[in-house]
Design a binder for this molecule. Sequence first.
Ligand code: NOJ
Length: 891
Amino acid sequence: MHFLSSGSPSGLSALSLFLLSDLLGTTAGAAIQPRAVPAPYVAASYYPAPHGGWADDWADAYEKALKLVSQMTLAEKTNITGGTGFFMGPCVGNTGSADRLGFPQLCLQDGPLGVRTTDNVTAFPAGITTGATFDKKLMYERGVALGQEFKGKGVNMYLGPSVGPLGRKPRAGRNWEGFGSDPVLQAFAGAETVRGVQDQGCIAVLKHLIGNEQEIQRMFNVGQQGISANIDDRAMHELYLWPFAEGVRAGTAVVMTSYNAVNGSASSQNAYSINGLLKEELGFQGPVMTDWLAHMSGVASALAGLDMSMPGDTQIPVLPGTAYFMYEMTRAALNGSVPMDRINDMATRVVAAWYKLGQDKDYPRPNFSSNTRARTGLLYPAAVFSPSGVVNQYVNVQADHKIIAKQVAQEAITLLKNNGSLLPISTSAPIKVFGTDAQANPDGINKCTDKSCNKGTLGMGWGSGSADYPYMDDPISSLKRKAGNVEFWNTDSFPKNLPDATADDVALVFISSDSGENSYEVEGNHGDRDKSGLKAWHNGDELVQKAAEKYSNVVVVVHTVGPIVMEPWINHPSVKAVVFAHLPGQEAGDSLTEVLFGEVSPSGHLPYTLPVSESDYPESVGIVPNGLGQPQDTFSEGIYIDYRYFQKNGVKPQYAFGHGLSYASFAYSDVRVQAVTPLTTVPPARPAKSGDPIAAMNNTIPPASEALRPEGFKDIFRYRYSFLAENDAKNAYADGAAGKKYPSLPPGYSTTQKEAGQTPAGGPSGGNPALWDVAYVVSLTVTNNGTAHAGKASTQLYVQFPATDNAKYDTPVLQLRDFAKTAALAPGESEAVELTIRRKDVSVWDAELQNWVVPNPEGRFKFWIGDASDSFGAVCYSDSTACETGVPGPL
Ligand code: NOJ
């Protein structure tokens, strides 16, 4: 294990990092122009940065923000758009403040599944586990609990949810932070998380915009360009941008860019993705921040729409403590390089996000330090000579969140196979347990920084998306609590000389597969599973095979970040049951054993496809290795990832996306479809923008005096401030007054705001509101027609587009569009379920028209209803509004 880049909580690492960076020298602050990428992948020039302040759902927040920002000096405006520097405050990111006006420093903290690098918090199940519940209510409730914990610790911004990566590459390191390899599953889960977190007053930071589909070579550094995700316009809209659109619609107040480049232009200064896609098309009104140390230019990134630099350093945090924003942004404003309407827009977006969440009213201050666990410590560890004080108050924010954490972990448990109904097993069965994954890490549950080891029960992946466990309810403790006859071999090598097996013996074999962030290497894997591939870790295949040779009843329990290949053992007759428990967080024990012993039925479903072999995937989704120049990651499979690819190419998976068995069985009746809003080929025109309050601000360059330190102000060494020395301020102002221009304005640069009509697909908070018009509603009754077990049914709706001879609109065989989960239904019990199809769900993105198009509004859309992407109980037709049961699926 070694430390490579961002995100380490330890002051020591910070120190070594900035000393090392001094040796390497700093990178230039100039814009890094888009690199050549294969045709036709272009990061089109898109200027100017759209002003905020024209969307109704932000109107109140903007009204207040405009008042506050109008009173700010230039240095106050630029102070709140920059971070104070790596390890220069209690949180992983800390903004500057405008204290004079009551605008505080904001605390930004990881991560998506719990408050990182602190104590007394809940380690929730990971995103991928949450996706596997296919339950919107649980997704929301997990968000509520997360929001309460982040707020309780005094965190203003929750650095999540992660909806990019989308999970295009099965080996990619951080897919588990998100919710599954389907844009709609990812979008619903992301949006519900945003709502849950923000309903508590904590700001959600939707990340990472965009194309962060692998870890290796994700970052730009002095030696090499970060990887370029080359994405065509249609795949961008139908896959990768989709969850961002829904997250923006759900009200996310902030968005974070990614490390990689998109179509040759680094994400943090990519005018096409920030200005064009996010702010103009999706009408995003809040601020856009960099990922950590992904900031690479001052003026160029501001013009490209970036609003906040995190953690505030230049690309490499050098000893003198330099920044691209802060004092440099003050200079750029005075000398006219960055127009004042851009500066006002940046500051207003930040303040509006704060007001939108009501954080102006008694929001707690940070009461923890992500730098140390001691009560007292350095206030600014990277300052070299830092004052110290009380930094940790050990506030316990867990409340009763273990209940929702356990419920998510449990309802994600996905039963793939259950031959001969081996499960559930009786608590009196002789149970033989194998595998180190069954027991918590004996070295300590939080032994490895950011979970950068795979030892003991795998409850989460590694990196900034991890959190400390308050405890770990491991499977073996729970098994021993519940069952009378449990023997455990805490080893991954199948023991020799075991007593003969009896016919009643049940062997439980625990295996795992881990991945994480590229900041650590674990067992030869650099974030992505580049070494292990999709094979179970720690010789898991052999452990299962040997157990299957000895015992005739084998249950395999898998803790995993994503797909694994089970081919070596899945068809062994003794391997009767396979259970994916995903990444359960702290509640790995009872959540699982209650399912194994039949106290509850499993109800989780696969949030990705399980292949027979890794060669089932297209070559383009392999990990692109390090190389000379900028690594090119060309998304040549277009819209065909995961099950869309398998289905198009007739590749039979081991288990299909959405698959998951129950002990109960379900039937559909009263299936109906109702047409709601009539469809036209293109959506009705988008609404006009309701005014431009940023243009109405005082956008003239202020006097140089607005850039100066208040009298008597004492600096902390390496802290990033927005002030300029008097001479610098005067010189910058003189340059501006002389009409000097920024020498390398990007091609296509303009200062004229775009009219609404120029972006037909655009609109406030997510895009043209007509895209959300309900086109059809499918309703049905789900009945538990089993006799022995209660269970929750997952109902999934997949759209099949009408056959069309227009090759332009080639569409996947099936696409998930909605899902719902019932309550636990007792045998014989029923529940009414409703599933919705919106205009966007029956549209394709037309890159020429730059709009969403319903290819054939009068044609026959088929709405397949089932419990997996290959298992259907009913189908409805859009043209006749008839529905049928008992029709096999389209494959
Ligand atoms: C880098 C990660 O990519 C991002 O997700 C995280 O929020 C920041 N580091 C801060 O730790």
